[in-house]
Design a binder for this molecule. Structure first.
Ligand code: ADP
Ligand code: MG
Length: 441
């Protein structure tokens, strides 16, 4: 059948995950479709929306290749009570979905792992999504790359769509492009109408408004209008509004009038929980030592961690091998920048001191208190892994008699790790931090 052929072609064009999660759910409505009008049905508005925004153009293109006719693709929601009649499409659905394009249905509160690094932002996002508007308006999330800002924005958006609210999600760049487009075409009324007509406005990465005076002006008016109508606004940026250079003061003060929450890089525990969550969602099985290895080796950017998991999985399927520790290590090799030559014992001492709340001079001293002896052992273990310094050189750094003291310390450290695996993890984490800080040099 034609539709199956098209689907097989589409499968080659998209990522496997997208195919399994979304494309597979498409039902072709043969009864109401025509050669120039293809009606597709999906089980819920979120998936329908996603399929429409991501794949409709490709689908139309593939149809044209097969039939010579470029059809209009209509994506709707299947009505549960009647599956095949022509009323299966909510007539209002296509218009609704176009208004709330580009929300990823996978970005929900359920798929977001909350830990101390993101708790405030997560809880506030939940309130915004499920309590009446006004409490936190606007709500402003800021934090580094790949830490979940967009995910939370979409989660709020998806919750609003589930309540049948009108949602607009736009990156600040998208907003800017939209604005200049309508300005050029003298259709600014349509622009105004569109942005002021929603119940929830999500603007991602507002730092790109920097120095765009006209766009900021347009946004300022939209903002005021929506707040006056008690509509919710949620914004994200890579910095606190105060720190965004080139952002007008009046916008800064508007943003500060609501709630501002930051997302910090995840601590190890949260990183591990996130990896486990991603594996659960994608049906990937990883041993806990592999999960720990990934969590301690990769830096804080969750997008990158996700990328690695997907890569590992795809690679293991391709060559038909289980994802073992060895396999993971070799696959991650290119990501772990071996920067031995840049790392000095001084750097290691500084990092360990900072992490343990000690002074570098204390670690270098001859003091014998347990915490200092332990810190010294950690430095020695790390130095052996990270620097080309031989045992005698490490010994002379600490003013030890000879290298036997170093190898003794090294042995003791390994015994301690054996009886307390969390110590090993802690050490791995420090190693990662040292590598990262040395890469920047
Ligand atoms: P940002 O917008 O802050 O750069 P994203 O929201 O795009 O980051 O997140 C990058 C990826 O990491 C996304 O796939 C997202 O699902 C995932 N992610 C980030 N934080 C979390 C979290 N706490 N729980 C689950 N997934 C997360
Ligand atoms: Mg983002």
């Amino acid at each position: 059948m034609l539709f199956d052929t098209i689907l097989q072609k589409l499968r080659r064009e998209v990522q496997e995950n997208d195919y399994n999660r979304y494309i597979k759910q498409i039902v072709f409505n043969a009864k109401d479709s025509r050669s120039d009008l293809i009606i597709l049905e999906l089980p819920n508005p979120l998936v329908a929306n996603w399929v429409k925004s991501r794949f409709a153009t490709t689908l139309a293109h593939l149809y044209e290749q097969e039939t010579g006719i470029r059809p209009q693709i209509v994506v709707g929601v299947k009505n549960r009570s009647s599956t095949t009649s022509s009323t299966t499409l909510h007539t209002s659905m296509p218009t609704k979905t176009t208004k709330s394009t580009l929300l990823n249905p996978a970005f929900t509160f359920d798929s977001f792992v909350s830990g101390s690094s993101n708790k405030l932002a997560f809880n506030a996002a939940l309130s915004v999504a499920f309590k009446s508007t006004g409490t936190y308006n606007p709500f402003f999330i800021y934090g580094g790359v790949g830490l979940g800002k967009t995910h939370l924005l979409h989660a709020i958006g998806n919750a609003f769509i589930a309540k049948n609210a009108q949602v607009i999600y736009a990156t600040s760049e998208h907003f800017l492009n939209d604005f200049t487009y309508h300005l050029r075409n003298k259709t600014i009324d349509r622009f105004t109408e569109k942005y002021r007509g929603c119940d929830l406005l999500l603007i991602d990465d507002v730092q790109f408004f920097s120095n765009k005076t006209e766009t900021q002006e347009a946004f300022f008016h939209t903002f005021n209008e929506l707040i006056a109508q008690n509509k919710q606004i949620v914004l994200s940026a890579d910095k606190h509004p105060k720190q965004i250079i080139g952002l007008e003061e009046r916008l800064k003060s508007r943003f500060e009038a609501g709630l501002i929450a930051d997302i910090q890089p995840p601590e190890l525990e949260t990183k591990i929980a996130i990896i486990n969550k991603k594996c659960e969602i994608d049906g990937i099985r990883l041993d806990s030592d592999v999960v720990e290895y990934i969590a301690t080796t990769m830096n804080e950017n969750i997008r990158e961690i996700e990328g690695i998991i997907i890569k590992l999985n795809a690679y293991s399927k391709m060559i038909g091998q289980e994802i073992t520790m060895e396999f993971t290590k070799s696959a991650l090799k290119e990501h772990i920048k071996e920067s031995r030559q840049h790392i000095s014992i001084e750097t290691i001492v500084e990092t360990v001191a900072r992490e343990l709340g000690l002074k570098p001079s204390e670690i270098r001293s001859k003091l014998r208190s347990t915490n200092i002896v332990n810190a010294r052992r950690m430095v020695i273990a790390l130095a052996r892994n990270l620097t080309p310094n031989s045992m005698p050189m490490i010994a002379s750094f600490f003013g030890m008699k000879d290298h036997t003291a170093v190898s003794h310390a090294f042995k003791k450290m390994n015994e301690q790790i054996e009886s307390d695996p969390s110590l090993g993890l802690r050490l791995k984490e420090m190693e990662n931090k040292i590598r990262l800080s040395s890469e920047k040099v």
